[in-house]
Design a protein around this ligand. Structure first.
Ligand code: ADP
Ligand code: MG
Length: 345
């Protein structure tokens, strides 16, 4: 340890990960891809094995005043499965570690695991282990997921080529607005407990925040259509930030069109209500857990009629060009705000 003190906020989350990464090198021949993708890739005979981990912390990732425990359990599994989906692979097993205080009853733990059980069933993964410890500072859930895919099907962030078509599934920004709605209702409730939360008209947005699904359906459908993306990532931090990851790791730039970015009408209207720009919510909102991927233009016909895949632009030969063409046809630079855990707001 030197005497210097460097604030983590100076590095940001990605800077910190790069810093940790720089201190390690790979020595096992079976490690095909280490730090830097949605999951690590391990040699597994005829297949590749995938491994990824994600932790949810009370007060950072969820608030128990509006997050029911079964939903939390489901979400903790879904966000892990999403990272396996982002490698174009199939999840197989999970291990779960929980840090829990005696403020929780057995019934509460049962409720949490009810959601975990439902997710295991839905994604067809086995819970095969974990660790249990007491916590003095809120609930912590850490899940590690294992997955598998045949070698030629595994998709990394780094494979995009210039002119590849950028595709995104579902719609974006809804989970972020769902969170805004929940936060607002919590404030209303705290100031006047007699007022019951009015969430009905925001059901879609709140559902996107509390009950995200990993897009394994898309992974299966791409497989059926014999379409292997050239690069892929799941949208956990926001479209712009994830586009930067694909562009940077592939050594190309990005050009997207604002009018092609899928935004649900509820997201649009609620953004306006909150005096937010809908496209900003879609670009930087995060937690959508949709898939962002690129395809070779030759594969376009295979998926062009898919109802839930949207074509929002293409990779640019110039790695320094990361732009969005607005609805007014102005070309503006993309910025990657995303969720940066240590950056001061
Ligand atoms: P994702 O959003 O897909 O979960 P992250 O941004 O969390 O990905 O992580 C990016 C990469 O950095 C992944 O390969 C992840 O395994 C790695 N990573 C994150 N935190 C650490 C850490 N503390 N030590 C080692 N690797 C890490
Ligand atoms: Mg990811």
């Amino acid at each position: 340890m030197s005497e210097n003190r460097t604030e983590l906020s100076q590095l940001g989350e990605f800077g910190l990960i790069d810093h940790i990464n720089s201190k390690f090198s790979i020595s096992q021949p079976s490690t095909i891809k280490g730090i830097g993708d949605d999951a690590a890739i391990i040699e597994g005979g005829s297949d590749s094995l995938l491994i990824s981990t994600d932790m949810l912390m009370e007060g950072v990732h969820f608030n128990l005043s509006y997050m029911p425990l079964p939903h939390l359990g489901y979400k903790a599994v879904a966000v892990n499965v999403s990272d396996i989906a982002a490698m174009n692979a199939t999840p197989t097993q999970i291990v779960i570690s929980i840090g829990i205080s005696n403020r929780f009853s057995l019934e509460a733990v049962d409720a949490l695991f009810e959601g975990i059980h439902a997710a295991c069933k839905n994604y067809n993964v086995d819970l095969v282990g974990g660790d249990t410890t007491s916590s003095v500072s809120g609930l912590v859930i850490s899940i590690t997921v294992l997955g598998r895919a045949s070698k030629n099907e595994v998709v990394q962030r780094s494979g995009a080529k210039a002119n590849d078509i950028i595709c995104v599934t579902g719609d974006l920004g809804a989970a972020y607005l769902g969170l805004q709605v929940l936060e607002r209702e919590k404030e209303v409730f705290l100031s006047n407990p007699d007022v019951q939360p009015d969430l009905e008209q925001y059901e879609y947005l709140v559902g996107r925040q509390l009950k995200p699904e990993a897009r394994m359906d898309i992974v299966h459908e791409l497989r059926e259509r014999k379409c292997i993306p050239t690069s892929m990532i799941d949208i956990s931090d926001g479209l712009a930030s994830e586009l930067f990851h694909l562009g940077k790791q592939s050594g190309v730039g990005v050009k997207i069109f604002e009018d092609k970015v899928p935004i649900d009408h509820m997201t649009f209207e609620t953004a306006i209500e909150f005096k937010l720009d809908p496209i900003t919510c879609a670009l930087h909102g995060g937690e959508d857990y949709e898939l962002l991927f690129t395809i070779n233009p030759a594969d376009y016909d295979k998926i062009k009629n898919h109802p839930d895949i949207h074509f929002i632009g293409h990779m640019h030969p110039d790695a320094n060009q990361n732009v969005m063409v607005t609805k007014q046809q102005t070309v503006i630079p993309l910025t990657a705000q995303g969720w940066n855990h240590f950056k001061s707001e």
